[in-house]
Write a new protein. Structure first.
Length: 113
């Protein structure tokens, strides 16, 4: 049986650390609110939510890109353009959300293609 553990610590940050913590929490709130607004907007228009695995993968890719940037392995990430001819996204195979039958594929929220 897999058992998860959690630890709680009380910290006493100095002024500089308190500012960094405050900035981090502000960024976290911004991302949460931004995606919550997008989810709500999509739900009002379509009656369905966003594909969360795609969003999670995008944020994970951004994190990886920044990690490589700070290690001096690549340039800073740039904003993606709608005008680029090549538009891609990545999804994960979870709970049979991707199925292949002959020459057709079904993707989450898109149906058979």
């Amino acid at each position: 049986m897999l058992r998860k553990k959690a630890f709680h610590f009380r910290v006493f940050p100095n002024q500089e650390q308190a500012v960094l913590i405050s900035k981090t929490l502000g960024c976290s709130r911004f991302v949460f609110k931004r995606f919550l607004a997008r989810w709500n907007e999509t739900y009002k228009q379509t009656g369905k939510g966003l594909d969360s695995t795609v969003l999670q993968t995008s944020l994970q890719n951004l994190t990886d890109t920044f990690t490589r940037f700070f290690k001096k392995q690549m340039e800073a990430p740039r904003f993606k353009s709608k005008k680029n001819k090549v538009q891609t996204y990545t999804t994960k195979h979870m709970n049979a959300n991707i199925r292949i039958d002959g020459n057709q594929i079904t993707l989450l929220k898109l149906g058979w293609q």
